[in-house]
Design a protein around this ligand. Sequence first.
Ligand code: ADP
Length: 316
Amino acid sequence: MTSSPTAPGDPAGIVVLGSTNMDLVAYVAKAPARGETVTGREFRTVPGGKGANQAVAAARAGAEVSMIGAVGADDFGARLRAALDHSSVDTDLLRTVEGASGTAHIVVDDEGGNAIVVVPGANGTVTSLDHGDEALIATADALLLQLELPLSVVVEGARYAREHGVRTVLTPAPARHLPSELLTFTDLLVPNEHEAAALTDLSDPRAAGLALLDAVPEVVVTLGAAGCLYLARGREPVAVPAPRVKAVDTTAAGDAFVGALAVAVTEGRPMPEALAWASAAAALSVQRPGASTSMPYRTEIEAALGSAGNREADPV
Ligand code: ADP
């Protein structure tokens, strides 16, 4: 069961139960080997975390978004909260806890390759929902979940949403084994092709997506610049091409895609249209540097779709 779409003209109400991290990004010609020290070219701190990225993407795409999670009582925590506030994400239920905020230590080399260490910090303290969280989720149109919070709270959130008829959208990233219970409570699963392969042991995205339909009713496998594949029980798979653009930074492309997709779906748009919308949003995000900072606004998504015309989805 899923909640009915919001009335036309009303913004969708989306809750994100997820991570906030400060991305600490060093740009180098070549990443250091073990024991080696190299001089980097540039350093940036960028608000990120899959949960926060999806929250900003959905808010800029036009939804009323609230974030459940935690930041630390440090400078990063204050900046992470301010970044969400700046994009009109409601942070009333974002806890501030003792200790460090989540951080992602990222080394980007000149070939665009990267190596990342994520230290969960405050995110690791979010192990269960409180009454305020539950009340918020119960009235949402959709709950967005990823795997950067402890699995216990992700499962609890998905179960609670399902019990209250709230649509659940799960991004199974970073890839890890999922309890079957979590998939039982998932309405829409959005893995990238690597995550789909990790979940199924099938390297072909179409085969992996079809296998995942045994557990969830709808799956979108994202394929980077090749677009995405939509699979639903009882329907032919549909391939949606990505707009051809010059990508400068594909960090958080998947989060841009999911945030915008959730908005379009909860507004009641049919799936092919919602996927075109999400693809347009993600294509805009890859043309700019940064994670949450690269998320496009609704007017930009609409302008991009208008100029591209209606791209046809291809049955595969
Ligand atoms: P993730 O960021 O989770 O690894 P993908 O790389 O599959 O996910 O990207 C998610 C979506 O972002 C794709 O389905 C596509 O719509 C869009 N996208 C990613 N890279 C590009 C690109 N180079 N050009 C246009 N769109 C892109």
